[in-house]
Write a protein that binds this ligand. Structure first.
Ligand code: PLP
Length: 440
């Protein structure tokens, strides 16, 4: 069977049997899967037809060390042959989980020294909300239950994480969000202060924020915002949870994004880049004070655990992945290549009339599409057209078009080299020009 025939067959099976996550199921039925990828190498993916693309999103902001890393496959194989999995309930343990917890404690700033493992970011979020409430209960303040999150924030799709997510369409699909979740504007510390006053600090368990909002369109708070947030939380006895699921492990040019602001949260949520997507894993890194309080609970029993909390093979892959990030100085590369990418976006802003605001920090960035005459958005989003043109020319980007946005977002693997950034920018330029001709 040739590749074209094989592709056709796979597309039919995909339509019939595969419910895709966060996808238009109607589009799938009408057009089939746009890509069936078969291979990855560095910053490139190749699909079943042999079409190669520079993958400028690290898939879902997570393949930080790039594709095709044999070392990570070997780490998984070696651990699986020895001991793939055994549960960590009832205080049982395994070597990779212990070593990874110690490594994360070492990497994490300040008082963040204890780690609870999950299988991904949504589970890390739900764990954090439960632990925050439990912490206050143990401290004799069981009425502190509310979680304040930010508008346009994204925290995952479990019922708790969906309820914290500040993107309306996700909330609406969940129909009946969990109680005690509130939302504030993403960049105003004053608004947060006001909401705390209105609700009463004695009813609030935690404030949660992504240091840079990813899925919400790569929204970056102004300098000093998170320092103010830290002060407000401290003054009101509210835990500060940083969702570093996207921003962790070098994405922004620091190992963790809040380091830019020299702010230490009470809990730090990790996933994605922790294994660069080679195997599912997430983590909640807790402060010493929270660990101490949990330990002193009713007989110190923690009735919260996933079957895969502390999965030996996943932890072994994470350890190797972090070793690669450190050995290859990928955090520094993210800073340098990120600055180059942003400079390129600024040049495109001068050259191409439909490019509005551009922004970024390290290897996470965004570009707004605007109508040059009005400087406002087009009536129908144009970014998806740019994305289609780019894919044809060999570049994969992602677009954010909810709630009136018309934005292209970028998060290439942290291994990207200067000439690959140039290739990204060149294809982007050609795609923007092609779309501009069509829409103007
Ligand atoms: N938090 C943030 C900031 C995310 O971007 C995501 C996923 O995109 C999540 C949490 C949820 O993680 P997962 O999809 O691994 O459950």
């Amino acid at each position: 069977m040739d590749q074209a025939e094989k592709r056709k067959q796979l597309i039919e099976l995909d339509k019939k049997h595969f419910i895709h996550p966060t996808s238009s199921l109607k589009h799938q039925q009408e057009h089939g899967a746009p890509f069936i990828f078969t291979e990855g190498n560095g910053v490139y993916l190749t699909d079943i037809t042999g079409h190669r693309v520079l993958e400028a999103m690290s898939s879902l902001w997570n393949v930080n060390v790039g594709y095709g890393r044999a070392e990570l496959a070997e780490a998984a194989r070696d651990q699986m042959k020895k001991l793939a999995f055994t549960n960590c309930f009832s205080s049982m343990s395994n070597e990779p989980a212990i070593k990874l917890a110690a490594k994360l404690a070492n990497l994490a700033p300040g008082h963040l020294n204890a780690v609870f493992f999950t299988s991904g970011g949504s589970e890390a979020n739900d764990t954090a909300y439960k632990l925050a409430r439990y912490y206050w209960k143990l401290k004799g303040k069981p009425q502190k239950t509310k979680i304040i999150a930010r508008k346009k924030g994204y925290h995952g799709v479990n019922i708790g994480a969906t309820s914290a997510t500040g993107i309306l369409s996700f909330q609406e699909m969940a129909i009946s969000p969990a109680p005690d979740f509130l939302h504030v504007g993403p960049f105003s510390a004053a608004e947060l202060k006001k909401l705390i006053e209105t609700e009463g600090a004695d009813t609030i368990a935690a404030f949660i924020a992504e240091p840079i909002q990813g899925a919400g369109g790569v929204n970056i708070a102004s300098d000093g915002y998170f320092q103010e947030v830290r002060t407000i939380c401290d003054r009101n006895d509210i835990l500060f949870i940083a969702d570093e699921v996207i921003t962790g492990f070098g994405r922004t040019g620091k190992m963790f994004a809040l380091e830019h602001e020299r702010v230490v949260p009470d809990m730090m949520l990790l996933a994605k880049g922790i294994t660069s997507g080679y195997i599912p894993l997430g983590a909640v890194v807790l402060s010493d004070a929270i660990q101490k309080e949990l330990t002193s609970g009713t007989d110190g029993v923690l009735l919260h655990g996933y079957t895969y909390s502390g999965h030996a093979a996943a932890c072994a892959v994470a350890l190797k992945n972090i070793e690669i990030i450190e050995r290859e100085n990928l955090v520094e590369n993210s800073r340098i290549m990120g600055a180059k990418m942003l400079e390129g976006f600024r040049n495109l802003q001068q050259e191409v009339n439909i490019v509005g605001e551009v922004r970024g920090l390290g290897l996470i960035g965004a570009m707004e599409i605007i109508h040059p005459a009005t400087k406002l958005r087009f009536p129908v989003p144009v970014a998806p057209e740019v994305s289609k043109e780019a894919a044809k020319r060999g570049l994969m980007v992602r677009t954010v078009v909810f709630e009136g946005m018309d934005t292209i977002v970028f998060a290439p693997p942290l291994i990207i080299k200067a000439h690959e950034v140039e290739e990204l920018l060149h294809i982007l330029q050609q795609s923007l020009i092609a779309v501009q001709k069509k829409v103007m």
